[in-house]
Design a protein around this ligand. Structure first.
Ligand code: NAD
Ligand code: MG
Ligand code: MG
Ligand code: MG
Ligand code: MG
Length: 345
């Protein structure tokens, strides 16, 4: 099972035995990004699926039209052997409270992100398996790849193994949604949660948007036009990221001019310098010691006042208005991708 090129265990189709899930019923709670993809892929892989939704949910008729059985989360959990919790992380503790009485000994509670278990917001009973199968992609990609006979890389973890079959069953589930076609990496709830939070805060979502805004403001404050600044630091970012995604940093350096390469190699570390590195270490520490989790849980309990304020400030940034106007002018670009995403339930 171990691929010698990796420091960790990677599982593929041949490692997974569907019989561990064959005679069982899977309740997929939630029919959003991950929920619809898991439910449909499992259903088409031949597994018995019931979707769990609130009676008021707009997704209820959608899931039924997609050919799936739908019940309330409590009823779905009562019918199921495996309960896959794919509602938003912030509502999972309340949903878990609702379904906990419907869990039988030997059932499985499964997640696609470890936050609530890792930070003790959900404490499953000792007689159930607790697992994680997390595709490393938004749900619409998980679904699209499956339909094209392609796979989506994923993560697998076992938090609690009451039956002795937790890992095998999770692997069968991962195969059912198409992840073992591409490779499933074994991890832990702690590692998945902490790396996911750090990545999105420091680099992917937080770091990149701050870098873009600082670059934009530096140019606009120096008198350059906002349109030029937008193209230079936001629009072109996609082209650079695509090159790195396809062929690594070297592929990107190879594709840009020697001037860009020399300028980037000499100036990059001056922008993202050792202070930034120290800030990153601090942010990682807040993830590891639970400080970030505590802050976010309290923020939700208070009705998200700070969150709403930050979202508003981001919407009001000049780069957003400039970008909206410019993107309207080149609406031919990337239309397919965004349409597809918006059409998902
Ligand atoms: P989502 O916001 O897209 O979907 C949530 C679904 O839950 C919706 O169908 C909504 O109607 C339903 N729902 C909301 N509140 C509910 C309630 N009280 N009771 C019952 N149903 C309710 O969520 P998502 O992004 O698919 O996230 C689900 C899980 O997958 C999370 O743990 C998330 O961290 C994880 N995950 C997401 C991604 C991603 O790219 N979206 C990737 C990997 C893992
Ligand atoms: Mg049951
Ligand atoms: Mg992630
Ligand atoms: Mg995340
Ligand atoms: Mg340039």
């Amino acid at each position: 099972m171990t691929d010698d090129d990796f420091s960790t265990t990677v599982y593929y189709d041949d490692d997974a035995d569907e019989s561990y899930l064959q005679s069982k019923t899977v309740a997929v709670l939630g029919y959003g990004s991950q929920g619809h993809a898991h439910a449909l892929n499992l259903h088409e892989s031949g597994f018995d699926v019931v979707v769990g939704l609130r009676e008021s949910s707009d997704s209820w008729p959608v899931a039924e039209e997609d050919g799936l059985d739908v019940a309330t989360p409590r009823e779905a959990a009562a019918q199921a052997d495996v309960v896959s919790i794919l509602v938003p992380d912030t509502v999972q503790p309340a949903v878990f409270e609702e379904i906990e009485p419907a869990l039988d000994e030997g059932d499985t509670v499964q997640f696609a992100h470890g936050f609530n278990v890792h930070y003790n917001q959900i404490r499953p009973p000792e007689d159930v398996d607790v697992t994680l199968v997390a595709p490393k992609s938004p749900g619409h990609i998980v679904r699209r790849n499956y339909e094209r006979d392609e796979g989506t890389p994923g993560l697998l973890a076992v938090y609690q193994d009451a039956t002795g079959e937790a890992a095998q069953e999770a692997l069968a589930y991962a195969k059912g949604i198409g992840c073992t076609r591409a490779g499933v990496i074994e991890t832990t709830f702690a590692e998945e949660t902490e790396t996911d939070l750090f990545g999105e805060q420091a680099v992917l979502c937080g770091g990149v948007t701050s870098l873009v805004k600082q670059g934009f403001e530096t140019m606009v404050d120096a008198g350059y036009s906002p349109e030029m600044a937008y193209f230079e630091v936001l629009n072109e970012l996609k082209l650079i990221v695509d090159l790195m995604y396809e062929d690594g940093l070297g592929g990107m350096w190879h594709s840009v001019s020697y001037t860009a390469e020399y300028g980037g190699l000499t100036r990059g570390d001056r922008v993202v310098d050792e202070d930034v590195r120290e800030n990153m270490e601090e942010i990682l520490e807040e993830v590891q010691n639970g400080e970030f989790a505590r802050e976010w849980i309290l923020e939700n309990q208070a009705g998200r006042p700070k969150f709403d304020q930050l979202v508003q400030a981001e919407e009001d940034h000049e780069i957003e208005a400039v970008g909206e106007d410019l993107r309207a002018l080149f609406s031919w670009s990337e239309d397919d991708e965004s349409d597809e995403q918006e059409s998902e339930p």
